[in-house]
Design a protein around this ligand. Structure first.
Ligand SMILES: Nc1ncnc2c1ncn2[C@@H]1O[C@H](COP(=O)(O)OP(=O)(O)OP(=O)(O)O)[C@@H](O)[C@H]1O
Ligand SMILES: [Mg+2]
Length: 326
């Protein structure tokens, strides 16, 4: 099948990584036997020009929506959503459908869908400055609703009283023009699961995420300055493997995820895992992103990590190919 890897200014903030990562994916897709090209669209006009005259079978997008913003994802409520435009033209695409993509990018919506499906999430409330905050219990964790890469996350995300809470919500509104998602603070270990494939063949592969204690300040959380700099480590999930795998599977099912996602979880104060978010377009930097690292932990090939990466990209493509009947 002929593949287009779609990216643009928002590709790193929203999607799998920068253009170098996209080129690694292109080579892996080619080696799986699929003619593959990269389409970098600078704006909406270039995006529509690409999809109005498709000379390909399927699109794989690093973008949820088209935006010039390189720094963060943003809500883009009235903007152009890639999956919506694909649906309107009946162009197949890799990954979850438009409704699920929009739900995954909005962590509050994700929590609501998962909670309604009986999947464990932290207790949570969405707050704008000026809202009544009397329902919040402390310590609480405050974050933007639709960011990634720990953008907007620091030790100040943990708040202990109304004053700190209001200051953090004001910060998030000012920096990202997003309301604050206020969650129960989950003090325990952090896990992330790579989810591959659909239906009965879906595989959920959890890993434990760690950072050496000396890098933490007051809290064992993945602050933004700990991300993307080679400090996080992924290892097998040990005694939590089955619990994490079942929880990720239930979350993927409740959200209606397709082909591949990465699902983050943490342990609450009672010792139970709760989902913190479902990443619709996980990072795919060879050797570095968590998804390729987890794939290597579970499916190491004798040829080494470069081959594992090709296999991972091949598995995602194969799941979309079968699903779309291509
Ligand atoms: N309720 C919580 N309690 C404790 N820590 C939390 C909580 N929510 C998030 N964190 C910490 O903040 C980090 C970033 O949060 P989250 O995974 O929700 O956002 P993200 O920036 O979208 O991440 P990603 O890069 O995986 O897309 C987590 O990895 C975790 O360390
Ligand atoms: Mg995360």
């Amino acid at each position: 099948m002929k593949i287009v890897l779609l990216t643009g200014p928002g590709g790193d903030a929203q999607g799998w990584g920068d253009l170098k990562v996209t080129e690694s994916m292109r080579q892996a897709a080619e080696s799986a036997g699929h003619p593959t090209r990269i389409a970098y669209v600078a704006d909406e006009k270039e995006f529509l020009a690409l999809i109005d005259h498709p000379d390909f079978d399927i699109v794989w997008s690093a973008l949820y929506h088209i935006t010039p913003n390189e720094a963060f994802i943003g809500r883009n409520v009235a903007g152009t959503w890639v999956a919506d435009e694909m649906d309107a033209r009946r162009i197949p695409y890799i990954g979850s459908d438009s409704r699920t993509m929009k739900a995954m990018i909005d962590k509050f919506q994700t929590h609501e869908i998962l909670a309604a499906g009986g999947v464990a999430v932290p207790s949570h409330v969405l707050l704008h400055s000026g809202d009544d905050v009397s329902a919040v219990t402390y310590p609480a964790f405050v974050k933007p609703i639709c960011e990634s890469r720990s953008v907007g996350i620091s030790d100040e995300s943990i708040v202990h009283n109304e004053d700190e809470l209001r200051r953090r919500i004001a910060f998030i509104e000012r920096e990202f023009d997003e309301p604050g998602l206020v969650e129960e603070f989950l003090p325990g270990d952090e896990y992330t699961a790579l989810v591959l494939g659909n239906g009965k063949t879906r595989e959920c592969l959890p890993g434990l995420v760690t950072v050496e204690d000396k890098h933490f300040r007051n809290y064992r959380i993945l602050r933004s300055d700990l991300r993307g700099v080679g400090l996080t480590r992924i290892s097998l999930a040990g005694a939590r493997t089955e619990e994490a795998s079942l929880l990720a599977d239930a979350a993927a099912e409740a959200m209606g995820c397709l082909d591949h996602v990465r699902i983050d979880m943490r342990v609450d104060r009672e010792g139970n895992l709760r989902i913190i978010e479902v990443n619709g377009i996980p990072g795919l930097k060879p050797h570095k992103s968590w998804a390729p690292q987890i794939y290597t932990l579970y499916h190491p090939s004798p040829q080494g990590e470069d081959e594992d990466y090709r296999q991972l990209i091949g598995a995602i493509l194969e799941s979309a190919r079968l699903r779309c009947g291509l």
